[in-house]
Design a protein around this ligand. Sequence first.
Ligand SMILES: *Cc1c(COP(=O)(O)O)cnc(C)c1O
Length: 388
Amino acid sequence: MSANNFLPFALPEIGEEEINEVAHSLRSGWITTGPKTKQFEADFTAFLGDPTLESIAVNSATSGLHLALEALGIGPDDEVIVPTYTFTATAEIVRYLGATPVMVDVDETTFNMTADSFSKAITSKTKAVMPVHFAGLACEMGPIIALARQHNIKIIEDAAHALPTTYQGKMIGTLESDITVFSFYANKTMTTGEGGMVVTRHPELAQRCKVMRLHGISRDAFDRYVSTKPAWFYEVIAPGFKYNMPDISAAIGIHQLKRLPDFQIKREQMASVYQEALADLPLELPVNAPVGDVHAWHLYPMKLKVESGIERGVFIEKMAELGIGCSVHFIPLHLHPYWRDTYQLTPGMFPVAQRIFEQEVSLPLYTKMTKEDQERVIAAVRQVLSNV
Ligand SMILES: *Cc1c(COP(=O)(O)O)cnc(C)c1O
């Protein structure tokens, strides 16, 4: 298979509107946080459809999650509950603040943490919980929020996969959690190259995130630019971070967000094509969202059943030989040396996540794929499974 015929696992979809908007920023002389970032934030709140929310643009979801925990006052001696089945960013930001991430197992079919796994991990030190909406399917937020409220535990949703996702008809980002954070990394459902959005309806949390995203300065660069106060004046009220989103990135985001409803429809259609075309194979296909709800389909995570007779690593190699890029989501936290050794984690503590990991393969699913690309993926899956 020639290299130029290889179907990559993921690719962003960038159009002329995004390119022209970036060029406009570059020509305007204002390339860092400024009017386009403000617009992107306003557009994002409008997209979520709840004007009581504030959207705060940052340079990654990792930064946003860090700001969220900082604003909530998480520190040493605190425990934060996270699923083991996630990307390391979810847990690393807990360590940034000196707190302890407590990993929990996930559900066999949704790959999400549950209220049950959450409840078993609560101690007197638990200060926060971070549900991750794996692949773009919402966690059971009703019971999770109820349990958190009952124990006075803060809720930060890692919504890196969940744009746009709904839970019982409500957009993720508009639920009764404290803070929700979205990612615009290159392979997510929309991108700004690198970027993220912090969303909250609590003005004091929003204010703290805004101050801390730019050096702990009490007014951001744009306010300074338009304010009637002297342009040189600012005050530092905390040792903040450098997490602001530049206008060059927001320029991309403004147009990606406009296209997001169309991206969503395309992902939904592609997912349903896989659901139908692969149904007769020895695979456990991902579950759909409950009727009436939206699955963002950031990923198409399937499991190879034992009766498929093929080991996951071999399957991915054979797919690559046929020119198809696949991936694995995720190598659970408890298997990574840092998390494993720091917290003495063993596979036996997370039997479900361990089993999912050993069988999981993510197939390519992105809007730039053509119908023919997807047919190639399906044919390759069939070929690999029939040659076992
Ligand atoms: C991608 C991802 C992040 C981090 O997003 P960045 O914008 O790259 O910082 C966090 N959590 C999960 C579950 C992710 O998949």
